[in-house]
Design a protein around this ligand. Structure first.
Ligand SMILES: [Zn+2]
Length: 236
């Protein structure tokens, strides 16, 4: 459990929105770095615009679909385990309601309520919706609002695609003499921006995040460019 996602019963929706935003920024960042590395590498080997376009588009589609599939699988798995936990909770509430009431009372006490107040709160929460109370207090999930795997998959597909479009367009739109400069400058600028945003969203120090992120992108482009040039020299 990280402190930002758990133990924030009333701040949950804001925390959730921040998590989505952070995931979107990271997805875009992945799209920028991997597609930039790809098109810069191909540019090291050839001047052919249609080869650059083909490589960039293939990289965009492969990357965004793999991100979406990965996200779908991971959110589905998480959802399955949340559903299993809810089913077990439902069974326990049916089979031993007294023990469950004690458990809820204890959990509320640990959150800072006095014994009497915790007991009273547990009784009222149990009368209103016992399963929801246990789901929220004990499991830290909202049974009415489990993350939809399709939404998560779409979100990462779109985030990666948005990021990947930048190096792709920067590479194929300008005249041949300018394409590398335009790509490198726009990619490093965009990475500074995504590094800064994700640091701010995670309440971390922005300067180091910006430096780390742009250095990573520069390294990726440098390595693939050298590899592309070597392949070209070797006549591959
Ligand atoms: Zn329980």
């Amino acid at each position: 459990m990280t402190e930002s996602t758990h133990d924030e019963a009333h701040g949950g929706s804001l925390g959730e929105r921040l998590n989505w935003l952070r995931a979107a920024v990271l997805g875009a960042n992945d799209g920028i770095v991997s597609t930039a590395g790809l098109v810069v590498g191909v540019a090291g080997a050839t001047d052919d615009r249609s080869a650059l376009l083909t490589a960039g588009l293939a990289g965009l589609l492969a990357g965004s679909m793999s991100m979406a599939a990965g996200e779908y699988v991971s959110v589905s798995t998480q959802r399955d385990s949340e559903k299993a936990a809810l089913a077990q909770e439902r069974r326990e509430l049916r089979e031993r309601p007294e023990a469950e009431l004690d458990e809820l009372t204890g959990l509320l006490e640990r959150r800072g309520l006095s014994e009497d107040v915790a007991r009273e709160a547990a009784v009222q929460l149990t009368e209103r919706d016992a399963l929801k109370a246990h789901a929220r207090v004990e499991l830290g999930i909202d049974p009415d609002d489990l993350t939809n795997p399709w939404h998560a998959a779409w979100a990462s597909f779109l985030a990666f695609t948005a990021g990947a479009l930048l190096p792709l367009l920067a590479m194929v739109l300008p005249p041949a003499d300018w394409r590398l400069t335009v790509t490198v400058v726009s990619v490093l600028t965009a990475l500074a921006l995504t590094g800064w945003s994700s640091a701010r969203l995670g309440a971390a120090a922005p300067t180091r995040a910006v430096l780390r992120n742009t250095a990573g992108g520069a390294l990726a482009m440098g390595v693939t460019y050298v590899a592309g040039t070597l392949l070209d020299v070797a006549g591959a």
